[in-house]
Structure formats: structure tokens, C-alpha cells
Design a binder for this molecule. Structure first.
Ligand SMILES: Nc1ncnc2c1ncn2[C@@H]1O[C@H](COP(=O)(O)OP(=O)(O)O)[C@@H](O)[C@H]1O
Ligand SMILES: [Mg+2]
Length: 406
């Protein structure tokens, strides 16, 4: 009898030890681990999982697993769960977007396996989830940089080739305008020489709208020249000196430039937009190529103004400009309360020539140029966050220590 008791407590001890060991391993894991029952409810979540989702662990238990996924993932996750439940597959490995308690999102690499009961029936799932947000971000930058290098090289090559013929077109239009102008004495002299009535010629040109036709050529040519300048910005490694620049002044200048551009085009009225400034005046000046960053910010502000012009009547159109410090970076945020954009568009906005605007309004170069200037030339970061219907926020991060900039 005493022997049996000892056996019993030894077994209990061994069990307890083994349970403790398992618990320590599961809790020490750098990956989130969750167990999900057949109804899709979370039955167990380790500490890391709770940390990643930013929930108190006890609140996770009993919650619906798919409830922690980003909207865009839910249908895919339901399909996977169905396949696992039916036995069509016994495991899944995929990347998914998850939501934290506060609604912010992160990317997780999910590896899920089906749990079977002793009789082979489906008992639920065990999933391991690793936060890969940082890896995704770096991957995105690399893909974008690769795209920029490829298309940028092509664009720059084309721009150089187009520059000369375009220059010739614009210059020759100017020459023609001069040679038919009544203001130039030489024209009158030639007319007299060949016995042509210069006044009659003027009348003819006027009646046939020649002046206007020439102006159209100049306008179209100037627009093309603007596009070419942007295309050249991809390959140009700015040679201008780097200078310490006060961010608040720089942003104000960019807004001013964007506003002038609008006034010139008279398409949208910048004055109806309320500009809210929330500058952190304690940020030290940042070393940069001032003209480049100004151009990048101006492109972003112009887009915001264009987006605001499209929005339906409602709250007053507003652009909020904010600066702050975050670790190694000075951050500039430009937010508007316009129509915003869907995720599929947000993914492509930095692509050269990507535009949702009518031909003639958008060239799709504004943000790709901003990207090239901020990321490639200044080792900074640029990203967009948007909630469709609510607006857009562009974040430009510039390193305090740009060591090796350009
Ligand atoms: N603030 C914004 N709100 C909504 N959409 C935007 C905003 N900024 C940029 N976009 C989208 O990004 C696209 C690309 O912008 P950009 O590169 O400047 O080219 P473009 O302005 O010539 O179209 C725009 O066509 C638009 O769809
Ligand atoms: Mg634009």
C-alpha cells in the first residue's frame, strides 16, 4: 500500500513537471500560439499571442478567431477553416493581416494544423502566428525600389530622348510667333520687300485662329516638358548642397507652392481648404536637399487638394499638417479628410504612372517622384494610410542622421 502511494505521487510529480515544462515552452515562444475549437472560438492563447493582438489573455479566450483578422482576410480564412475541417487539407501556411484590439493592424505568418480526436474526428486547430510586419515593410520597400529602378531607368532614358525634340518644338513655336508678330520691325521689312500687305496678313492669321493654335502647341508642349522634368527626377541624384532645414518652414513653403499651382490652374480653390498646423517646434533642423523634399511635400499636398475638390458636400475640407519625432526620424504627416482610397489603390500609388485621374489631370508621377526623392535620395520612408470615405494620411519620415544621403 505505501508503495502504491509513492508510485502515485511520483507519477503526479512527473506529470506536473512535464506540464510545467510544456507551459514554460509555450509561454516562452516568440510566436503566438492559439488553439481554436470547431466553432472557431479561441480556447487557448499563449502570452505572445495576447501581446500581438494587444488583448488581456483572458479576453481572448472564447472570442472568435476570425474576429481578429482584417476584413479583407475573413473570407480567405473561412475557406481555409472549411478545408481543414473537412479534411481536404491538414495544415495551412500563409500570411495574414490581423487586427489589434485598438484596430491597428499587423502582418502575421500563420501556420495552422488540424487537431484530430482519437477517432479521427475534427477537434479544432492549433495555429502558430509570427509577426512579420517589419519583414513585409522592408520587402515592400525593396519591391518598390526595384520597380522604381526599372521604370525609373526607362523613364529617365525616354525623358532624355524626348527632351531635345520637345525643346525644338517649343523653340520653333516661339520663333513662328515672333515672325508673325506686328511688334517686330524685321517682319514689316520683309513684307515690304516682297510687296505683301502686313495688315492683311495679320487679319488673315486672326481669322484663321493661327495665334490660338500656336498657343495650344505651347501649352501642350509645356505640359509635356513638366512631365519630362518629373521623369528625370527618378534618375537624378540631386547635386544641390545639403542644408539644415527647419521643417515647419519647409512644409509651409510646400503648401504655398501647391496653392499657387492651384490658383494658376483655377480648377480648384485652395482657399476653401482649412489648413491645420500641429508642428513640434522642438524638432531640430534636418539636413536635406531642400528643393527635393519641398517638391515631394508639394506633390502630396497637391493630391490632397485635388482629392478634397472631389469630395461630396459635408464637413469643411481640411488638410492637417503635423510634425513629430520618432526614434531616429523626424516625421511629417499630411492628412486630408477627402474621399480616401481603397487598399488596392493605396498599394499602387507610389508606382510610376499610376493614376486614377483623367488623362490631362493626372500623370501618375507625383507620388513616385516623392518616393524617389524621400526614400532613394534621403534614405527616408514614405507611406500612406487611408480609410475610404474618411481621408488619407501620408507620412514622410526623414532620418536625423542621414549619413550617406545621396
Ligand atoms: N490625398 C489623396 N486622396 C485620395 N487619393 C489620392 C491622394 N493622393 C494620391 N491619391 C491617389 O494616388 C494616385 C497617384 O497620385 P500621383 O502619383 O500624385 O499621380 P496623379 O496625381 O498624377 O494621379 C492618384 O491618382 C490618386 O488616385
Ligand atoms: Mg499628383
Amino acid at each position: 500500500m505505501p508503495d502504491k502511494l509513492t508510485d502515485h505521487s511520483q507519477i503526479e510529480n512527473a506529470l506536473r513537471e512535464s506540464e510545467e515544462r510544456l507551459r514554460v515552452i509555450v509561454e516562452a515562444s516568440q510566436s503566438g500560439i492559439v488553439q481554436i475549437d470547431i466553432k472557431g472560438l479561441i480556447q487557448f492563447a499563449n502570452r505572445r499571442m495576447a501581446e500581438m493582438l494587444a488583448y488581456p489573455p483572458e479576453e481572448l479566450i472564447g472570442s472568435l478567431y476570425v474576429g481578429h483578422l482584417h476584413d479583407s482576410e475573413r473570407s480567405g480564412a473561412s475557406v481555409s477553416l472549411g478545408q481543414l475541417a473537412s479534411g481536404e487539407v491538414d495544415h495551412v501556411c500563409t500570411e495574414r493581416r490581423y487586427l489589434r484590439k485598438d484596430g491597428s493592424e499587423f502582418w502575421g505568418y500563420l501556420s495552422g494544423r488540424r487537431l484530430d480526436g482519437p477517432d479521427g474526428t475534427f477537434k479544432g486547430l492549433v495555429c502558430t502566428i509570427t509577426d512579420i510586419t517589419e519583414r513585409k515593410r522592408i520587402q515592400d520597400i525593396m519591391v518598390q525600389t526595384e520597380k522604381m529602378t526599372m521604370i525609373g531607368g526607362l523613364a529617365a532614358g525616354m525623358a532624355h530622348e524626348l527632351n531635345n525634340p520637345l525643346g525644338a518644338i517649343l523653340q520653333n513655336v516661339q520663333n513662328i510667333q515672333r515672325r508673325i508678330s506686328p511688334l517686330l520691325n524685321a517682319n514689316q521689312v520683309i513684307c515690304d520687300e516682297i510687296g505683301l500687305d502686313f495688315d492683311l496678313l495679320q487679319q488673315y492669321l486672326k481669322k484663321r485662329g493661327i495665334d490660338e493654335l500656336l498657343n495650344h502647341i505651347t501649352t501642350a508642349g509645356t505640359r509635356a516638358a513638366g512631365i519630362i522634368t518629373n521623369m528625370l527626377a527618378f534618375s537624378r541624384k540631386g547635386s544641390a548642397a545639403l542644408e539644415p532645414t527647419e521643417l515647419s518652414q519647409l512644409i509651409d513653403k510646400a503648401v504655398e507652392l501647391a496653392a499657387c499651382d492651384y490658383d494658376l490652374k483655377k480648377k480648384y480653390d485652395f482657399r476653401t481648404i482649412r489648413i491645420v498646423r500641429k508642428y513640434d517646434m522642438a524638432i531640430p533642423p534636418i539636413i536635406m536637399n531642400r528643393a527635393e523634399i519641398e517638391q515631394a511635400l508639394m506633390n502630396i499636398v497637391k493630391n490632397a487638394a485635388q482629392a478634397l475638390a472631389e469630395r461630396q458636400a459635408g464637413a469643411q475640407p481640411q488638410i492637417t499638417l503635423r510634425t513629430l519625432c520618432s526614434g531616429q526620424y523626424a516625421i511629417i504627416e499630411i492628412a486630408d479628410n477627402g474621399p480616401g482610397m481603397h487598399q488596392e489603390i493605396a498599394r499602387r500609388v507610389f508606382d510610376p504612372f499610376f493614376s486614377t485621374k483623367e488623362i490631362g489631370v493626372g500623370t501618375g508621377l507625383g507620388l513616385s517622384v516623392a518616393y524617389a526623392l524621400v526614400v532613394n535620395n534621403h534614405r527616408g520612408l514614405i507611406k500612406v494610410d487611408s480609410v475610404p470615405g474618411k481621408g488619407c494620411k501620408f507620412t514622410v519620415s526623414l532620418p536625423f542622421n542621414p549619413g550617406g544621403t545621396q
